[in-house]
Design a protein around this ligand. Sequence first.
Ligand code: HEC
Length: 103
Amino acid sequence: MAVAAILAACSADLVPRVPPSSGMSQQELAGLELFNSGGCTACHAVRGVGGGRGPDLSRAGLTWDAEAVRAVLASPDDPRRHAFAHLTPEDLDALLAFLRSLR
Ligand code: HEC
């Protein structure tokens, strides 16, 4: 009990973690995990969880479809590329599925 409580407190302290919402697909959950483990919440908030250095992404699904990300990736100088530059195609798909679910 005590150990579990300490572990929970520690991982919660490292970076804010956006909780899953009901009805998310496996791919969206994988993307959420990438979002949480990738440090995105250090700068971006989703539904009130996360930092404020970058834009709030709570409604990212309204602006971030596959075409929008492809356009960003094709523009190496685009500051928004930061989020996608190091991802494998599978991880990119998952992160996008998660971002698209936010609306
Ligand atoms: C060090 C802070 C920081 C981190 C970490 C970070 N971002 Fe960002 N992000 C920003 C800033 C600042 C902008 C605004 C850039 C601009 O448009 O000039 C931005 C822009 C974005 C945008 C575009 C938002 C819009 O509406 O145009 C998306 C999407 C995004 N980030 C996703 C992510 C994801 C996904 C991660 C994690 C893999 C991440 N970011 C990590 C700071 C950060």
